[in-house]
Design a protein around this ligand. Structure first.
Ligand code: XUL
Ligand code: CO
Length: 437
């Protein structure tokens, strides 16, 4: 075997905020205890196989610029070279987890037999390297959006044979995810939507999507997979409209089809912003409705309205999201997957290290800021104080169902006083946050 392209990079170490070593952590200190548990256990960081090892910098205007030895052909020999490079990278970075699509780790061939043979063959190599490096699988997923057969969707395709083919791919990947000890299985419906309603029966397509998801859940139980099934919302791109638009839309869909206890959400930061939400909003919505599964951590560009999948760099924004996550008890099976890619002009293998080290340091800083805010307690105290009228007295009685609209209207009439407005103190609170970030 030829030397790995990452051979020149030593293992990345924590050197502290004053370090001048470019390839070192300044804030990510895996074992540092934050609010009772190691930083690594809060963040549960994963590397995305597709962006870091399959992506080559190609865009719609030009071909790839990242020349890796395994990019020259799509066969099993090259897939193995790629796999060893990936784990050489994990070994040096020290990320506890990784995530993959079937198509990232091996060629899927011309039919399901070939796809299965290749995937089950590469599974053993993946398992072997996982054992040797200690890297765990956060989630697996089937790519049901790149092949032309899926151009009109997988589960939502007008052709039932396409639905069946997708079932075949999911059976393979869910089985392999289970065998590799994966903690979650993700469904991102990139083509589960439409480009024009002129050719689309939306009612049917949503019913098909629900049937597919129900079958996935049944299969999970059949094989004894105890991980979580996750849906990753995104409003659009590649389709004009995607059915799994945002957290609230998926929530309604799950409830309509009785799947809300079986399926949780994989919230992606830039998908949230593309849907017109703050990332923090999607996280808070998921937590409020017991739907938080995992996170795809990345960022977009405020000037570009598409999914640029950049590495995260906004500490204040992430700190606020982490306050919600940590207060809610943290991730169960989920974690933070860098669904992010280096830029087209970042051509060197060590650019991958800079990207991931930067992302991990940003998350670590955000976690430390979240810790400080939680310890300080003033943000929470303000909110508790603001709503305390609902904990006892009239508010508690209303929520207990003790009052009718009529009786309450009479109460307001009798009381004869207009409630006095109280300041929401947004600026004071923003200043408070600013002390910690
Ligand atoms: C696409 C996206 C996917 C999913 C997995 O926008 O986020 O990479 O995370 O299929
Ligand atoms: Co994603």
């Amino acid at each position: 075997m030829t030397a790995s392209i990452f051979a020149d990079t030593p293992a990345i170490r924590y050197e502290g905020p004053d370090s001048h070593t470019p390839l070192a952590f300044r804030y990510y200190d895996a074992d540092r205890v934050v609010l009772g548990r190691p930083m690594a256990d809060h963040l549960r960081i994963a590397v995305a196989y597709w962006h870091s090892f399959c992506g080559d910098g190609a865009d719609t205007f030009g071909p790839g610029t990242h020349r890796r030895p395994w990019h020259t052909a799509d066969d099993m020999a090259h897939a193995k070279t790629k796999l060893h490079a990936a784990f050489d990278f994990f070994e040096r970075l020290g990320n506890p987890f990784f995530c993959f699509h079937d198509v990232d780790v091996c060629p899927l061939g011309d039919n399901l037999t070939e796809a299965g043979d290749n995937l089950f063959a590469i599974r053993d190599l993946i398992g072997d390297r996982m054992e040797r490096t200690g890297t765990k699988l956060l989630w697996g997923t089937a790519n049901l959006f790149s092949h032309p057969r899926y151009m009109a969707g997988a589960a939502t395709n007008p052709d039932a044979e396409v639905f069946a083919y997708a079932a075949g791919q999911v059976r393979n990947v869910l089985t392999v995810t289970h065998q590799l000890g994966g903690e979650n299985y993700v469904l991102w419906g990139g083509r589960e939507g439409y480009d024009t309603l002129l050719n689309t029966d939306m009612k049917r397509e949503q019913a098909q999507l629900a049937r597919f998801l129900t079958m996935v859940v049944e299969f999970k139980h059949k094989i004894g997979f105890t991980g979580t099934i996750l849906i990753e919302p995104k409003p659009c791109e590649p389709t004009k409209h995607q059915y799994d638009r945002d957290a609230a839309t998926v929530h309604a869909f799950l409830r309509r089809f009785g799947l809300e206890k079986e399926v949780k959400l994989n919230i992606e930061a830039n998908h949230a912003t593309l849907a017109g939400h703050d990332f923090e909003h999607e996280i808070a919505y998921a937590i409020a409705n017991d739907l938080l599964g995992s996170v795809d951590i990345n960022r977009g560009d405020s000037r570009l309205g598409w999914d640029t999948d950049q590495f995260p760099n906004n500490v204040p924004e992430l700190a606020l999201a982490l306050v919600h996550i940590v207060r809610a008890g943290g991730f169960a099976t989920g974690g933070m997957n860098f669904d992010a890619k280096i830029r087209r002009q970042s051509t060197e293998p060590d650019d991958l290290f800079h990207a991931h080290i930067g992302g991990m340091d940003v998350l670590a800083r955000a976690l430390l800021a979240a810790e400080a805010m939680i310890r300080d307690g003033m943000l929470q105290e303000f909110v508790d104080e603001r709503y305390k009228g609902w904990d006892q007295g009239l508010g508690a009685e209303i929520m207990a169902g003790d009052w009718t609209l009529d009786a309450l209207a009479d109460h307001a009439l009798d009381a004869g006083i207009a409630p006095k407005p109280r300041s929401g103190r947004q600026e004071y609170l923003e200043n408070l946050v600013n002390r910690f970030v």
